[in-house]
Write a new protein. Structure first.
Length: 182
């Protein structure tokens, strides 16, 4: 039987590297020509946010779901300009382990931790070429902040929000691996 646990760490944690590399590759394969048209790259997008934004001291958090010590899913949130809102970033599941509910579990962990840090609302955006992410967020109770019949390619960035329920914090959460914050 596999052992799974959430740890709170930083994007630069070596255990996160395979997931971050997969996400970067996915961004390139789905949006590469758009990045190039804008004079950017998937690598620049991945480096857009410094690790410090994902530390509790700065109002953020980076979470990995480990299975037998190997990262199988990850994601983060950072402080949004509104002090009661956190912005979810980089939710990702190992491409070989999709359709197991890992992203949903990770999202719930991010919601619980955001509440514990005093947030009452989550905001996020996903790309127009990520229908599986749109489906996940809608199934998890996020509200689309765009018209469903809009030209998604013209929008490019699809915003969502969720008002958090304090009942989430009564859900037991795995131990906080504080020592992994470097």
């Amino acid at each position: 039987m596999s052992h799974e646990e959430f740890i709170h760490t930083l994007p630069g944690d070596p255990r996160a590297r395979p997931l971050v590399e997969q996400l970067s590759h996915e961004y390139e394969s789905r949006y590469g020509e758009l990045f190039r048209q804008a004079g950017e790259s998937a690598g620049q997008e991945m480096a857009r946010y410094p690790d410090v934004l994902f530390t509790p001291a700065e109002g953020g958090l980076f979470v990995l779901l480990l299975r037998d010590g190997v990262a199988v899913a990850g994601g983060a949130f950072k402080r949004h300009p509104d002090a009661r809102t956190a912005e979810v970033k980089r939710v990702w599941t190992d491409r070989l382990l999709r359709r197991q509910g890992l992203a949903r579990r990770l999202l719930v962990e991010l919601e619980v931790q955001a509440l514990r840090q005093g947030y009452r609302r989550l905001f996020l955006t996903t790309g127009f070429r990520q229908p599986e992410a749109v489906e996940l967020y809608l199934r998890q109770g996020y509200t689309a902040l765009f018209a469903p019949d809009a030209d998604l390619e013209a929008l490019r960035s699809l915003p969502f929000e969720k008002v958090l329920s304090p009942a989430l914090t009564s859900t037991p959460s795995p131990a906080f691996a504080e020592s992994s914050l470097r």
